[in-house]
Design a protein around this ligand. Structure first.
Ligand code: ADP
Ligand code: MG
Length: 291
């Protein structure tokens, strides 16, 4: 993203090599979104056209108010374009009713938010299980799927914990498990690391990279941090409701390579790590355990 100041008006590049020929997971065609506030209209998206192919990992960037969340809500079938069309897996979903959109959402899309949005009096396992109820998964299957999803984010041992008993990073992992539980083909995350410290953010990016790499999940995240966008394969930049930049990421960051080089900062993880190693050894292998 280092050339962002010089190439703001560069024409969008074609999609990643090898992606041509497939049906795009996402195709937007001249999408506008207006919010009607009575006297005034907010023109949040002003003609957005893009394609995102299966297996891509895209970071959406841009300053506050540039339309990123509006875009994500449309991509996630939480909202509809005012004008223009949205094709999801080749099917035009722009004209569907709320009910129809909700059904498609529960089958195809996982959504992760900055604020985690977990139910506080509900265990991690039950939080993850919720979308399976809406999707009509048989009772006996729900818990098994939720356990499997928690395992995928490394939290199998926290199934009975309530959100208040989990660190921020762990809560976001529960939210990712909840997004995965119906086996979506598309994972959307709006500022998923916005409330997390930098190490925990990279742990979240590791999970997203793994899901993308090993499970072929198409991932789109919003971030305003260039360091986080660097974990994606492609970056889009928005300004004033328009896409002004579309580039492939050069020298992509790999979270699994970076994490071992960072100190363990999260107190809870540090405690876990101390407990699982020898009594005298701290998390970095030195002899003074962290307090
Ligand atoms: P970003 O996520 O990039 O910060 P948003 O998509 O949230 O941007 O907002 C784009 C523009 O649309 C802003 O001017 C914002 O104030 C406006 N906006 C967003 N959501 C609504 C809404 N529900 N009602 C009215 N205006 C909105
Ligand atoms: Mg936003």
């Amino acid at each position: 993203m280092s050339d962002s100041s010089t190439k703001l008006n560069a024409a969008p590049q074609p999609p990643a090599a090898g992606a041509m020929g497939n049906v795009p997971t996402i195709r937007l065609d001249g999408v506008h979104k207006n919010y009607d506030l009575g006297e005034i209209q907010v023109h949040a998206l002003r003609g957005v056209t893009m394609e995102i192919y299966p297996g891509e990992f895209v970071a959406v960037m841009g300053s506050s108010g540039s339309g990123k969340s509006t875009l994500m809500n449309i991509l996630g079938c939480l909202d509809k374009p005012t004008r223009g069309r949205y094709f999801l897996d080749g099917k035009d979903v722009s004209g569907l009713t709320k009910h129809e959109l909700a059904k498609i959402r529960s089958q195809k899309i996982g959504f992760v938010f900055q604020q985690f949005n977990l139910l506080s009096r509900t265990s991690a396992l039950e939080n993850v299980e919720l979308p399976t109820i809406y999707a009509g998964v048989p009772l006996e299957e729900r818990e098994r799927r939720a356990e499997e999803a928690l395992k995928r984010v490394g939290l199998a041992d926290r199934a009975d914990h309530f959100p208040s008993q989990l660190s921020g990073g762990q809560q976001q992992r529960v939210a990712i498990a909840r997004a995965l539980v119906n086996s979506p083909s598309l994972l959307l995350a709006d500022e998923p690391t916005g409330n997390l410290d930098s190490r925990t953010s990279i742990e979240i990016m590791q999970i997203l990279q793994e899901l993308n790499q090993e499970h072929g999940l198409t991932v789109v995240i919003v971030t305003h941090e260039p360091d986080i966008a660097q974990f994606a394969k492609r970056a889009l930049e928005f300004r004033d409701g328009k896409m002004i930049k579309d580039v492939l990421i050069q020298r992509r960051s790999i979270a699994a390579e970076i994490l071992p080089t960072l100190p363990v900062l999260d107190e809870e993880d540090a405690l876990d790590e101390i407990a699982s190693t020898q009594p005298e050894a701290g998390p970095n292998g030195n002899s003074t355990p962290q307090k």
